[in-house]
Every structure is written in structure tokens, then in C-alpha cells.
Design a protein around this ligand. Structure first.
Ligand code: TYD
Length: 201
């Protein structure tokens, strides 16, 4: 069974892609659990609300993401994989490396250690990365004026550093499938389906 994560900035279309994958699984009678981080469990959703609504130190934030992850992996992701179901997760360990590591400046060594402690060593088989520059993501979010976005809460340089970190991880890690998020949702989905690595799942 495959464990697939979706990474990308606010405005990159992660949730639209997750919905398209869900519909595709349904049509093809493939079983999948769709989940997200931070969140994915009752406690994880409470932690998500704390993280996203309170100002806190960088380390506190990291520990809360990892606490939510530990709960999520042990009670949702591993049981689903063991029962023979694919798991699709909106964000996972690479978000911690990009946001808390590159973005907030916490050592990647510490983040790797905490990721491993929280996941028991579970790693995604595939990482779908929706590539969009911070400039384009911001433009897109501002054009949907009704939608609340978290992008504006951080500086341009923060988003630049996070974006560069994802570019570096994607270039170094063969599990990454980079998809151009500037395309329409159906084009993004079609390019995912055409990937040789996607066809192996
Ligand atoms: P998400 O729900 O994907 O929201 P958005 O679409 O606004 O990006 O993620 C919420 C935020 O959590 C997002 O700003 C990225 C952040 N995050 C981290 O900083 N570290 C992590 O480990 C995870 C899982 C998320």
C-alpha cells in the first residue's frame, strides 16, 4: 500500500488535487484514506487550532506539529496502511523541514530527529509537490478575495526560503513528483496520472 503526501504552499491547489484523487479512487474502486496535517485526528485538529490561532515560539510550534503527527501516524496512518488501504496526506514531514527548518531557522538535524520520533520512521512513498512561486501563489490568493489565507501572515522572505527549501528537497529526492501548480486543476491531475511513478501504485 502506498503512503502519498501532498506538499505545496497556500494557494497551490493541494485540496483541489486531493479531491480529484479521491474522485478518481472512487471511480476506479481503489480504497484510500484522505487525511491532513496538522490534524487528521480529533486531538490533531485541536492542536491545529492552537498552532494556527496562537502566537508561540518556533520550538513550541515544532513540538505541537510533531505531537499532532505522532497521534496521527499511530492511530490513523499506520492502521490504514496495515489494513491494505492507500493513505493520501495533505502535508507531512517535509512541511516541517521547509517551514520550521528553513523558514524558522530550526536545525534540520533536530527536525529529522523529531520527525523520526513522531513517525516511528514511517516515510512517504511518494511526495506530490505542487510547484508555484510565492509571487504567483500570493497573486492567486488575492484574486480570491473572499477566502481567508494564511500566506499574508508571513513575510515575503519567509515564503521565498520555504519555497527554495522545497525546490532543494525535490531535486535531491526521487520520491518527489513536482507538478506545475500554475496549470488548471484538471491539467495538474492529468500530469500526475501520466507520471511513471504514479502508475506503480
Ligand atoms: P494547510 O492546512 O496546508 O494550510 P494552507 O493551505 O494555508 O497552507 O497547512 C496549515 C499551515 O501549517 C501551513 O501554513 C503550513 C503549516 N505547517 C508547518 O509549518 N509545519 C508542518 O509540519 C505542517 C504539517 C504544516
Amino acid at each position: 500500500m502506498a503512503f502519498i503526501t501532498i506538499e505545496g504552499s497556500d494557494g497551490s491547489g493541494k485540496s483541489t488535487l486531493a479531491t480529484l484523487i479521491k474522485e478518481y479512487f472512487h471511480r476506479s474502486q481503489i480504497n484510500g484514506v484522505f487525511t491532513r496535517e496538522p490534524g487528521g485526528t480529533k486531538l490533531g485538529e485541536e492542536l491545529r487550532a492552537l498552532i494556527l490561532n496562537y502566537k508561540m515560539t518556533c520550538l513550541t510550534e515544532l513540538f505541537l506539529y510533531e505531537a499532532a503527527r505522532a497521534e496521527h501516524v499511530e492511530t490513523v496512518i499506520v492502521p490504514a496502511l496495515k489494513s491494505g488501504v492507500h493513505v493520501i496526506c495533505d502535508r507531512f514531514i517535509h512541511s516541517s523541514l521547509a517551514y520550521q527548518g528553513a523558514g524558522r531557522g530550526i536545525s534540520s538535524h533536530l527536525i529529522h530527529q523529531l520527525n523520526t520520533a513522531a513517525t516511528g520512521g514511517l516515510e512517504p512513498d511518494l511526495v506530490i509537490w505542487l510547484t508555484i512561486t510565492p509571487e504567483k501563489a500570493l497573486e492567486r490568493l488575492h484574486s480570491r478575495a473572499s477566502e481567508k489565507n494564511r500566506f499574508d501572515a508571513e513575510s515575503k522572505s519567509f515564503h521565498d526560503v520555504v519555497y527554495r527549501s522545497f525546490c532543494e528537497m525535490a531535486a535531491a529526492d526521487p520520491r518527489f513528483i513536482s507538478l506545475d501548480a500554475g496549470q488548471s486543476p484538471s491539467q495538474v491531475f492529468a500530469s500526475l496520472l501520466s507520471q511513471p511513478r504514479w502508475k506503480t501504485i
